[in-house]
Design a protein around this ligand. Structure first.
Ligand SMILES: [Fe+2]
Length: 321
């Protein structure tokens, strides 16, 4: 498989708690743009699918969430699962973020790993986040929102940290299955780079042999999956065929996610990966740029259930704030 088929992150998806709590955290604390409000297309229960990113929700700037609290579905964090959402900010902006967290009463700690300074904090549902200060230039267009000026804005995904009881099989999946390069190791954490182009490429794999495994199903407080950007249907098929040929035969069929197309594969560490490519229209498929995320969008096959779904979902106040 050519390493150029894989282009870092497309999006990262989490099962969170309440919808309003999630909106407030991503839009009002982290200053991301709400670029789409729709529903999860899988399963019987009505659950929001909320998308946050930069102005257009470009690949690698996207965080997406399923607020499961209203159905009482709880997850349990732990090993053999994705662990920490890593987001890129300019290195010189970490002080801005520390002061902002102080002002907003967000608990955080700081640290340094693989030569980058970081702020560690949590989503209100408990999922670990890290702002990673990058000195390298980042051409992703920043969104200025929630009181965060563009110069300090989160640029998008830096990558993901995955916890494994035994990382060995996962190293093979990353390097031989997805063509990642091992860049470094520090303590019990190994650093891999996923693809030559794109962003959100930094996958960190931490050995946690004494930590109980996490849950995999949808459930508040857990990362659900990491979507890799494979750019187009041909490259998606080639990566899928390559993984099948290695014996990872549980790569799913291609699913229409309306704004992009997805195949899913469970990795040996337990973390769920997705191979995604965007439709050319992206999130402009059903809303104009100025109005992205402002109204509830449904695919045509669910449009006849609009009122029923709205009545069953928590209302989200997206007013200025
Ligand atoms: Fe996804």
């Amino acid at each position: 498989m050519g390493i150029d088929l894989v282009r870092g992150a497309h999006h990262l998806t989490l099962s969170v708690g309440g919808a309003q709590e999630d909106y407030d955290f991503h839009a009002r604390v982290l200053g991301l743009r709400s670029v789409k409000k729709t529903v999860l297309f899988d399963g019987e229960l009505p659950v929001y699918h909320l998308y946050y990113g930069n102005g257009l929700g470009d690949a690698s700037t996207l965080l997406t969430t399923f607020p499961y609290r209203q159905h009482g579905w709880k997850g349990r964090p732990g090993s053999n699962q994705a662990k920490t959402i890593k987001l890129t900010v300019p290195a010189d902006s970490l002080n801005f973020w520390a002061e902002r967290f102080d002002t907003l009463g967000i608990e955080y700690s700081d640290g340094r790993l693989f030569g980058t300074d970081r702020l560690f904090f949590r989503h209100p549902c408990g999922i670990e986040y890290a702002l990673v200060g990058e000195r390298e230039p980042d051409e992703r267009a920043p969104w200025s929102g929630g009181g965060v000026p563009a110069e300090h804005a989160i640029r998008g995904a830096h990558g993901l940290t995955i916890s494994a009881i035994d990382p060995r099989e996962m190293v093979e999946f990353l390097t031989e299955g997805l063509g990642a390069k091992k860049l470094d190791s520090e303590g019990t954490t190994e650093l891999f780079e996923l693809g030559n182009t794109g962003h959100g490429k930094q996958i960190e794999l931490v050995a946690e042999p004494d930590v109980m495994p996490a849950t995999w199903r949808f459930g508040e407080g857990t990362v659900h999956h990491f979507a890799i950007d494979v750019n187009n249907p041909e490259d998606q098929q080639e990566v899928k065929d390559w993984l099948n040929g290695m014996g990872y035969t549980d790569v799913s069929e291609r699913k229409d996610r309306r704004y992009f197309y997805s195949c899913y594969v469970r990795s040996p560490s337990g973390a769920l990966f997705e191979l995604a490519y965007s439709r050319p229209e992206g999130f402009l498929l059903d809303e104009v740029e100025d109005e992205l995320g402002s109204s509830f969008q449904l695919p045509p096959h669910l449009e006849n259930r609009r009122q029923e779904l709205i009545s069953q979902l928590e209302a989200i106040d997206t007013g200025a704030g």
